[in-house]
Design a binder for this molecule. Sequence first.
Ligand code: AMP
Length: 593
Amino acid sequence: MRLTLGSLKMLEKMETVDVDELIEEFETITKDAERIQRETLRKILEENASAEYLQNLGLNGRNDPESFKSCVPLVTHEDLEPYIQRIIDGDISPILTGKPITTISRRHVIYISGTTQGKPKFLPFNDELMETTLQIFRTSYAFRNREFPIGKGKALQFIYGSKQSKTKGGLNAGTATTNVYRSSTFKAEMKAMQSQCCSPDEVIFGPDFHQSLYCHLLCGLIFREEIQLVFSTFAHSLVHAFRTFELVWEELCDDIREGVLSSRITVPSIRAAMSKILKPNPELADLIHKKCSGLSNWYGLIPELFPNAKYLSGIMTGSMEHYLKKLRHYAGDLPLMSADYGSSEGWIGANVNPILPPELATFAVLPNIGYFEFIPQRVGNLESQVLFIEPKPVGLTEVKVGEEYEIIVTNVAGLYRYRLGDVVKVMGFHNSTPELKFICRRNLLLTINIDKNTEKDLQLSVDEAAKLLAEEKQEVVDFTSHVDLSTDPGHYVMFWEVSGEVNDEVLKECCNCLDRSFVDAGYVSARKVSAIGPLELRVVLKGTFQQILDHYLGLGAALSQFKTPRCVGPTNKTVLQILCNNIGKSYFSTAYG
Ligand code: AMP
């Protein structure tokens, strides 16, 4: 990452991170959100006025929101692909941005059902986007630190760089998180916040994530007294890390006792870096062994291992809510702090109320990091009801509390009126900027005929049925779904991996409960008249979801950004095959007779 004047200034400032000052800055910009939005749009349009994309839209130097909205269409990633492809291929003319793009974020689309699954998507990444990322991190850090001040120390961060490659045109391409972790500005920021990752770069950027994970755990144990917080980008990686710990803890203790790294670590650069850290320490090995042996079913594992950790942090909302139960189990009394809201397209909001439980977390939009519009999801006006046209987007400060919207982003890296595909709900306002709750991806997940069920509906249904498992002291390790149209009528299929043995009667009841818990009127009526067949619950063998994860990592996805696909479409043949090859038992619902 090249250091711009802006980031250099920031570095100077970061030497002395002043939490009160950061909060004050946030308060100032959010008090004047409408004006700041206009200014941000003006700046974006001025800086990119020479971009071919904008030139073709006839803005002719106008940069007010009204002209912008009348000239620039709403777009999806698909619309921008030809432009992005030219950038990737090395065309350095101003295409989407004034200055040429030098870095590309690569994302594997793994959570959307449909035809693009598994195919990487590319998005522009630049210094300006990096700066907005840092601004979000700094803001939420300030609010977190006000509640739980972190002294000098280290962070156990389960972060993984994806493979960085060069595009045909010579641009660096990595996942957005990798682009961030590799940046010197980011590293300086982390240093200023006094929570450097306890693992060396060779571990973070290692070529094999299994080996990186093992070494993250090992570094965490070696520096256990110094660990102030435990972090991963998404909560899934935290749970995955400690599930792995359950399997490898004795080997980790052996390594610490002897001061010799397990032979499972074969990457020379990782071995070399770890040899500088790992020294024989039988006392530490005995202590960890004793602590682990003394735990009941690993409850409270994290504070036992890291006695000075203040909290766990990572994105815990949306599709990550499923992992909260397990995370709380490992975390014991440690607070969970849900991190911010953003995407490879750019950040949107910071969690400025970090002490709220993740289920209640909201994100205050930073009005100076992009220009935001919102498409109301409730068809409110007659015109749109009659003509079936999408209601008009409203501005950041025009949204209404209690309403749901799809977010439209205009960012500093060449996206103009870009449909992000996320649905959010406005929960309130922080000064004049809205506080958003993430609801779901907009794409419908499950639909056969008149039924419409989203990721959120699926999550609620699984949560409800999982209560029956909890009574048996078992849990849903992970889950996904599929619409099976090979039967007539078609039906929903749920795939569950369950933590232990559960008897057939309980699983049958879970299956009925899943079916009953889809309360969408379309689904219920179609089920009643058998226009949709009985829901099927397929319980898959242990390790099935690990195979799915490995499949995506093999395609070049990064563990840091991994989200289990909650619906597997018919075109996603490999994942469907993994699931179908691992079916242990299956049940059909009798909920509708
Ligand atoms: P990616 O760019 O692949 O890392 O994924 C970005 C997507 O992850 C967003 O569009 C959201 O759907 C989801 N996401 C990001 N942050 C959050 C959050 N705080 N809560 C829930 N979902 C999130």
